[in-house]
Design a protein around this ligand. Structure first.
Ligand SMILES: [Zn+2]
Length: 381
């Protein structure tokens, strides 16, 4: 802008038409001298101008209705024809050169302000992009969701229950009376006396569901959730862990139904080529009880570290619901039968995703958990 302004001002200064007056009339001479002072003053004002607002003000000051040029025109009324012509020539000249000068500076200022604005709004594409952290669900959460989908597709309900539980639902109604040695293996955290505790298994949700069914409604449910036991934390133990238990109660339910169900789950979660195997076991709330093995998905049965060279991996405990449990919950064991099963979510996730330390599920260390990012595991699926 400075350059344009200086050129315009220089041009105005060079214009000496109003200085070298050729006239006989004293009156006209005085008026033209007045115009010359207006020219000089305008040059000074234009020299100081720095923005659009200021140039607009100058335009009004000199070329506006109340400006010196318009006022000079109004004094022409009193003059005779020749004088009018003479003065008119000089007024027109000043008007012309000021209009042009102001216009040039105005255009230059507008251009400059636009450039400044564009510069300010310019996006620097060489700047590094902002890093966006993308979160991922906890690996256990993801596993539970997967299991839920399988069971929902088979018509099961997903049921929630309290984590702070009564001894009655956590033990007694599951055929584990006070003083029973099985309680030792499930030593938990007591909240109030010996009656209120953190549930050591999700089985109490099954009891609550059966009580709701009042011995009349068939049941098909799973109840994934957190459970607690007084364990020292290490690579394979945690004082908090997750179970995915399920229960089916109906008429004419047999061990083969349990086997078929478990078989489908194993295949859906670990692959179609997976085989299941039942081994006799013992639980207080099922009779008969079994342990569920699946053929090793890693070595296909030939033996490896994961299956400890047996070709099979234990993934669940299961069995036919004990008649005592059925009757305590209001279902007549002569009429009703059912099966129950329980998976350890951590164990399943450790097998499925080749995780060697279960503490990783509960740590918030991103360096560890990021490895099991959902996106990555989906790619492997
Ligand atoms: Zn193996």
């Amino acid at each position: 802008m400075t350059e344009v302004k200086q050129t315009v001002i220089e041009k105005l200064k060079q214009d000496k038409k109003l200085e070298k007056i050729e006239t006989e009339s004293k009156e006209i001479k005085a008026k033209i001298k007045e115009l010359f002072f207006v020219q000089k003053e305008a040059i000074e004002d234009l020299n100081k101008v720095t923005n659009k607002k200021e140039i607009e003000e100058i335009k009004i000051k000199y070329l506006g209705k109340k400006g010196p040029i318009m006022q000079m025109y109004s004094t022409m009324k009193a003059l005779n024809g020749e004088e009018k012509k003479e003065l008119g020539f000089y007024i027109n000249h000043l008007k012309e050169i000021l209009t042009e000068a102001i216009k040039e500076i105005q255009i230059s200022l507008e251009k400059e302000e636009l450039e400044k604005k564009l510069e300010k709004e310019k996006i620097d594409i060489t700047l590094p992009a902002m890093q966006i952290e993308v979160g991922a669900p906890n690996i256990l959460e993801k596993l539970v969701e997967e299991v839920e989908e399988v069971f929902l597709s088979m018509g099961y309900d997903v049921v929630d229950g309290p984590e702070v539980e009564e001894d009655k639902y956590n033990f007694e109604m599951l055929n584990i009376p006070k003083g029973h040695p099985a309680r030792d293996a499930q030593d938990t955290f007591y909240i109030e006396g010996e009656e209120i505790l953190l549930r050591s298994q999700t089985s109490p949700v099954q009891i609550r569901t059966m009580l709701k069914g009042e011995g009349k409604t068939p049941i098909r449910m799973i109840c994934p959730g957190k459970t607690y036991r007084r364990d020292d934390d290490d690579a394979t133990h945690s004082h908090q862990f997750m179970q995915i238990e399920g229960l089916l109660v109906d008429h004419d339910i047999h061990l083969t139904d349990l086997k078929g169900t478990i078989d489908i789950i194993a295949k859906r979660l670990f692959g179609e080529e997976i085989e299941t195997r039942f081994r006799p076991s013992y639980y207080q709330f099922t009779e008969p009880s079994v342990e569920v093995d699946i053929s090793c998905f890693n070595c296909k049965g030939s033996g490896c570290n994961i299956c400890k060279h047996t070709g099979f991996i234990t993934i669940a405990g299961a069995g036919m619901v004990h008649p005592n449990v059925l009757s305590m919950s209001g279902y007549d064991p002569k009429e009703w039968s059912g099966f129950a099963f329980g998976f350890g979510a951590e164990r399943m996730a450790m097998l499925k995703y080749d995780i060697h330390d279960c503490r990783v599920f509960y740590n918030t260390d991103l360096r560890e958990t990021r490895i099991f990012d959902r996106k990555d595991s989906d790619k492997n699926d």
